[in-house]
Structures are given as C-alpha cells and as structure tokens.
Design a protein around this ligand. Structure first.
Ligand code: ADP
Length: 603
C-alpha cells in the first residue's frame, strides 16, 4: 500500500483513538464520581437516622467505649455498614469492626477534618485492616457545634469498583468496536483522498517514460482536480510539441536523404555524426557502420581525410575538386565548412559533396564543340578568302579561271551557309527552344510527299526510291520535324549510294505483345517502325557507335564531296528523342545501310 495513504490512515485512526480514549476517561471519572456521590448521600441519610436513634453521650471514655462500640455493632448488624463514633478531639469512642482503644487518633483523617467544619466529609482510602478500598463519609453530630463529635460510616468500594470495572470493560469493548469502525472509515477517506494523487503520480511517471498519451481522468473542483487538469494541459502541450519535433525531424531527414548532394557532419573531435544517403553512395560507405566512428577509420581517399584534418585544425572553408576511383570513377566537388555554434563554439566540420562528373564532361563537350565549330567554319572561310585573293591578284583577268574560282567561292559560301544553318538548328533543338507541335500524321501520304521532295536528287543520281507503307497508319508527331528526320536520312542514303542503286522506306506498326483488339476488331499498335535502307557503300563497324556525334564523319573527303556538314545524324537523333523514340543503325560495308526508327504512336 502506498505509504502516504498509510500515514494518512494512521493519523486519522490515532486522532479518533485519542478522542475516543479521552471521552472514555472522562465518562469513567464522571460515572465513578456520580456513583460515590449517590453512596455518600445515602450514607449521610443513614447517619442522620443513626443520630436520631443513638443519643450522643459525653463523659468518661471508659464508659463510653462500651456504649458506642455496642451501638456501632448493633447498627452494623442492621445495615451492614461499618460505623465509627469519634470524639471532637479525634479519639475513637466506638467502632463496629475494631476495638476503639487500639485505634489511633482520627483527628487528621481527611473526612473528619472536613466534617468538623460542618459540611459532609468524604474520603476514599485503602484500608490496611480490611485490605480493600473504602469510602468514608463523616458528619458532625451537631452541625453548628465544632466540639460536638463526629459520626463516620465506611463502605467497601469493592462493589462500586466492580461496577466501574464492568463499566470500563463495556466501554473498552465499545471503544474497540468504534476504533475498528473508525479505522475502516479513515482508510476509506484516506483512499478517496489519495487515489487522485496516486493517479496523478502514475500519469506523471508515464509522461516521464515518453508516453505522452497518458491523461488524468477524474474531475473535481478542488486543488487536486486543478493539479490533474494542469498535468493534462502539460501533457497536451508536450504531445503537440513532440509531434512538431518529430515532424521537423522527419522533414529534416527527408530533406537530407533526398538531397542530390552528399552531406557528412563531423564533430570537433573528428567523429562522424551524420552521413546522408547521397554521401553513402558517393563515398561507397554505409552510415550504419561509420556514424559514431572517427573519420580517419573510414578507408576512403587519403587526401579527403587530410582535408578534413586541415579544416578541423584551421577552421576555415576549404574547397577542392577531387577524382575518386571508389566506388566508381567520379569527379567530386568537396566543400568543407567549419561549423560554429551559437556562442562561436567550434562544432566540427560539414562536408558537402557534389558529383560534378557530368557537369565537367558537358563543359568539356561544349568547349570541344566550340573548337570543332571554329575549325569547321575556318575551312570554307579560308577557301573563300584564298580564291578571292587570287582573283584580286590578277586571275580576274582570265575569264575562264575567274569563272571557275567564283564557282568555288559560291560553293564554299553555300556550304558555310548550310553549316551555320545546321549549327543553329542543332543548338535550337538541344536547348529545346522550339516547342514541338504534335498532331496525328497519316504516314502513307506523308511518306509519299516527303520522298517526292528528294526525287530530283534521286533522279539526278539515277537512284530508285521505293516506299512500302500500309494505308491508314497514324502516328502523333510534329510533322515538320518528322519530315526533317526522313529527309535527312533519305539525303544520306542517296548521297552515300552509288549511281544506279536504290533506297527504300518501309513503315510498319509494332504490335503490343499482349495483342489487344480495338472496337473495329483491328489489332492495336503501340509503336511505328520506319526503316530507311540503301544499297550504298555502308559504314565500317568501328565507326557505327560514333556516327550520331556532332561533326563525326566516316570519311572527311567523301562527306565534303557529298556536301555534308557532319551534323545531319546528330540532328536526326535529337529529333527522334524529342518524339520519345529511338534510332538504331545497321550496316554492312559495300552492301548497304539501314536506319531503324521506333516512334510511340501516342505522345
Ligand atoms: P554528313 O553531313 O557528313 O552526311 P551526317 O551526320 O549526316 O553527316 O552523317 C555522318 C556520317 O555518317 C557521314 O559523314 C557518313 O560518313 C556516314 N553516313 C551517314 N549516312 C550514311 C549512309 N546512308 N551510308 C553510309 N554512310 C553514311
């Protein structure tokens, strides 16, 4: 049992016990006094009767002894009360139980002293002769005469004591019952008082153990009720705050885990305290294994450990790009920032890692592109300049030479124009500045018209162009861009095929492997496949992977004579990809080349 409740019960029981005991003592005393007073009254009445009956004689004591003793014995025989006759000076003249001559002077007995004053004298004493408690009551023979002598009666208090004892026994039993009842009632009261306190204690303990749902569920308007509602309010606000903290924590963790940069936090002692997912990936280590360990125990690049050490010592921002070879080859941009907490305390180092491999590669490609473009532009410009110079130097006077030189200048500037056009086109497509306008294109007529555009060139090179397209095939595409794709591939086919060869365009639907039928019972197709084949010279195997690169040509001289810029296939590939399609090439040297394009029917 709870000790507070125990204490409260004990205090209540003790208080009730003391009260009951005090009441008992008072009652006992009152009872005893009343009893003795009653006895005294009847004894006084008795003595008054005796005085009426026994004339008070005075004179020679020797004579009086016999008289008073006889009277005393007579009265005792009648009433059963011990009677003593005492002279005013205290000499005992007669006694019912003793020989008066052997008795000492009674002038100092309390009851005798009192009786001499004229009132009733009373005393209780243990009688040595009778070995019991006696009640003595004495009165003066003549109330108004102090020398008149005294009559005393004595009564054993044995009976009275017994009745008091009985009273006490009854009282004690009653008290005991009262005490037990009081104890039970006290326990109940204490329990009612302490129960809310115990509940509050229990709830507080649960809250301490992080169970913020715990609530006190009693209601009262007193101080304990108020305490309970304060605890509930505290738990409410704790719960709200903890929810908020957890939410923030989750948000922070989500942010950290989804960051595209790696983040590693190292405390002032060099211990890793935080490592996000990206950092795990970039460094090829696991947070579970490394958090809590010293950074030097991580077996990664030695230079990185050195940089961390340096930042810890110098407390300055460090930045460097470093190539890592594990878990794969990457160029990482490392940012090491010293952490300073509120009061300028050094808290450690924050390492932010960014994978710049792709960015650097792109940058390299861009600068290579610029170099390529400049180189490509330089060739025709040099030619134009050289022939113009020669003309100016005098060749203009020879009409035939002049004519052929001017023709070259014209061809070269035309090439330059095409080159610039293609470069602009490519950069437009690459930067996605031209939005695609998708609409359904009926392929049969579309291919027919497109092939028509190239017919003049085909006729000139005596190349037969054939098409196989099922009627009613549709694809969702930007028509102009799709035309550009087909024209470019047809132009290449015609350009790289010798006179008398042939070029073909075949369009076919690609069916869903699950073969679904539409409402009209026709098979649905998800893709459109376009093959553009020629019977030309083909492309060497080693060049195949690179022909879609900008300015890549298999044979510079041959491409130049065909008027190519080296950008055609690059543009084609980009346009196909803008349509979410794919392009592949298959070629056999001396036999021919086939480009295959797959386009989704719906964008
Ligand atoms: P170009 O303007 O030089 O034709 P492209 O990007 O269109 O540039 O083509 C790149 C290179 O791929 C060409 O220089 C050529 O060598 C080769 N090539 C493209 N199409 C064919 C083809 N149908 N047959 C053989 N070679 C081809």
């Amino acid at each position: 049992m709870n000790s507070f409740r125990m204490r409260l019960t004990l205090i209540l029981v003790a208080m009730i016990g003391i009260a009951v005991l005090a009441a008992g003592l008072v009652m006992g005393k009152v009872y005893r006094d009343n009893h003795q007073e009653d006895l005294q009254d009847s004894m006084v009445r008795e003595m008054n009767i005796i005085l009426q009956d026994v004339p008070w004689k005075q004179g020679n004591p020797d004579e009086l002894y016999g008289y008073y003793t006889n009277e005393a014995k007579r009265i005792e025989a009648l009433t059963g009360t011990r009677v003593t006759f005492i002279r005013a000076d205290g000499v005992v003249l007669g006694d019912s139980d003793h020989d008066p001559k052997t008795m000492e002077n009674h002038s100092t007995r309390a009851e005798v002293v009192k009786a001499k004053t004229g009132s009733v004298g009373r005393a209780t004493r243990f009688s040595d002769t009778l070995h019991e408690n006696m009640l003595y009551v004495a009165i003066a023979v003549n109330k108004d005469d102090p020398n008149s002598g005294i009559i005393r009666t004595a009564l054993s208090l044995k009976k009275a004591d017994e009745s008091v004892k009985r009273m006490w026994t009854g009282l004690l039993i009653g008290l005991l019952v009262l005490f037990i009842v009081a104890g039970l009632v006290s326990y109940r009261i204490a329990r009612n008082l302490t129960r809310p306190l115990e509940q509050i204690t229990r709830v507080s303990k649960r809250i301490k153990n992080l169970d913020y749902r715990a609530r006190v569920d009693f209601q009262s308007n007193d101080e304990i009720g108020e305490l309970g509602s304060s605890i509930n309010a505290m738990a409410d606000s704790l719960q709200v705050q903890m929810t908020r903290i957890h939410q923030n924590e989750r948000q922070l963790a989500t942010v950290l885990d989804n960051m595209i940069n790696g983040v590693v936090m190292i405390d002032a002692a060099g211990k890793i305290v935080l490592l996000n997912k990206m950092a795990e990936d970039l460094l090829g280590i696991s947070a579970r294994e490394q958090v809590g360990h010293h950074f030097a125990s991580v077996k990664q690049q030695y230079e990185l450990a050195q940089m961390i050490q340096e930042t810890l010592e110098r407390r300055e921002h460090l930045r460097e790009e470093m190539t890592f070879y594990f878990p794969e080859e990457r160029l990482l941009d490392l940012n090491l920032v010293p952490i300073f907490e509120d009061d300028d305390d050094f808290g450690g180092v924050l390492l932010v890692l960014q994978d710049v491999t792709a960015i650097r590669r792109l940058e390299r490609m861009r600068s290579e592109f610029v170099a390529n473009v400049s180189h490509e532009l330089k060739t025709p410009v040099t030619a134009v300049k050289g022939f113009a110079e020669t003309l100016l130097g005098g060749a203009v006077d020879d009409p035939e030479t002049a004519r052929s030189f001017l023709q070259i200048i014209f061809d070269e500037s035309d090439r330059l124009n095409r080159l610039i056009g293609d470069i602009l086109e490519l950069s437009k497509i690459e930067s996605r500045r031209v939005p695609l306008l998708f609409s359904p294109v009926e392929l049969s007529s579309f291919i027919g018209k497109t092939v028509e555009l190239m017919s003049a060139e085909a006729v000139r090179k005596q190349i037969r162009v054939s098409t196989v397209v099922e009627e009613g095939l549709y694809v969702e595409a930007d028509e102009d861009r799709l035309r550009q794709i087909i024209v470019n591939l047809l132009a290449n086919g015609i350009a790289y095929t010798a006179e008398g060869g042939s070029v073909s365009v075949v369009v076919e639907p690609v069916h869903d492997p699950n073969l679904t039928l539409d409402d009209e019972g026709q098979e649905n197709y998800e893709h459109i496949r376009i093959h553009i084949s020629d019977t030309g010279m083909g492309i060497p195997k080693k060049d195949l992977p690179r022909i879609f690169e900008r300015f890549y040509r298999v044979d510079k001289a041959r491409s130049r004579s065909s008027g190519g810029t080296g950008l055609g296939l690059s543009i084609v590939k980009h346009l196909v990809e803008l349509h979410k399609g794919t392009i592949t090439v298959d070629s056999t040297l001396g036999v021919g080349t086939t480009f295959t394009i797959d386009l989704p029917v719906l964008q």
